[in-house]
Design a protein around this ligand. Sequence first.
Ligand code: HEM
Length: 413
Amino acid sequence: MPSAEPADVAHPATYGVAVPHAEFTRRRRAEPVGWVEEPALWRHSAAGRIQQRGTGFWAVTTHDAVVEASRQPEVFSSGQRGAFLNDPRTPADLELMRQLLVNMDDPQHTRIRRVATSVFTPRAIRSLADGVQTHVRDLVAAVRARESFDVVTDLAAELPLLVLSDLLGLPRADRHLLYGWSNNLVGFDDPEYGGGDLDAYRRTFVEAFQYALAVADERRADPRDDLISLLANAEVDGRRLRDREFCQFWLLLVVAGNETTRHLLSGALHLLLHDPAVAQQFATAPAETAVDEFLRVITPIMQFRRTATRDVHLAGADIRAGDKVVLFYVSANRDERVFAEPQRVDLFRRPNPHLSFGIGPHFCLGSHLARMEAAALLSALRPHLPALRPDGEVVRLESNFVNGMKSMPVRWR
Ligand code: HEM
């Protein structure tokens, strides 16, 4: 029997079951920009257990309204309270957060973003293509050699971690450190990962930053052709990035470069293994349109947050200065006024103006890389997919931020 209560789009546990698409559909029709109360969530630390409840927020759910807000960064600010749904707890937390590119406004945002844009051009990313193909070949050969494996941990998580290790110039063996750190941070609300443990959350930053600073010291003494050398030696306005700026940039790449692509890949393979109509289309669909449709229907990062800098009217809502505004890409990507049959997976869909990489000045720096990794892995798996079958429970991540899975066991026929 359908539940009478609308799903709570703010609660991480909602997403541990499934993305509440029916509730987003209702919201797009009834209140494209509607108010959401936030649930009280338990956090713990050595000081004891506390309940935290956010201020509540405006949920922006239509494509038009997400685009409109994203294109006015001076009104919908990333810097004022950060770009994450959870509010910074103290002024010191806010100050620290603001060293991170996603949490900046202009002029600082443009200055710091320039440091990385040279690395993320389509041309520069194409130069990584051979390495990506080699990793894909090795990963597929390794899982072919086994009777059963886990799609998330053995394939979807591994490829972005290996590519990121190359890009950053880290020893490949250290990729599991990156995996653990990003699980603790992005999976903060998930009982098995971060578990709402504030001490572990802080420890993760300390460990990740110590590691990054040690590598930066090495690369300043002995620069190489990698992203860490570029960041460690980059100058903005005639000075090097401060240690904190460097560390935050590095951590953003570590998290953004592995979590997102992991969830795109596992989400795509989940659809291919569980929906025969998708598998059938995939046999003949071009990799490019297929990857974009997977990006649309999965929306690996479901939302980013802004803060209104002044009173503003958006899609029928009167937003007040200081209000929290959440851009739900996951809903905009199924807006029936933009996408024909939005709930249907159409791997030939073109055009496909999805917002999975955001839009506006914060548009994802890694979009070319993510598309390349996804196309390479899915194309290499294509001939083997008919022989693969699910082999146990899929475990979803409890997160209102990323649409992710922790485990998806499979077996060869
Ligand atoms: C499927 C994969 C990916 C998805 C869905 C994704 C999604 C996004 C989104 C939605 C934003 C916008 C943030 C905002 O508006 O506040 C963003 C920004 C960003 N992404 Fe990605 N991303 C992906 C892969 C990557 C990769 C592989 C990297 C790097 C290796 C990366 C690096 C970044 C960075 C640095 C930003 C911040 C840009 C800025 O604030 O100016 N992303 N990403």
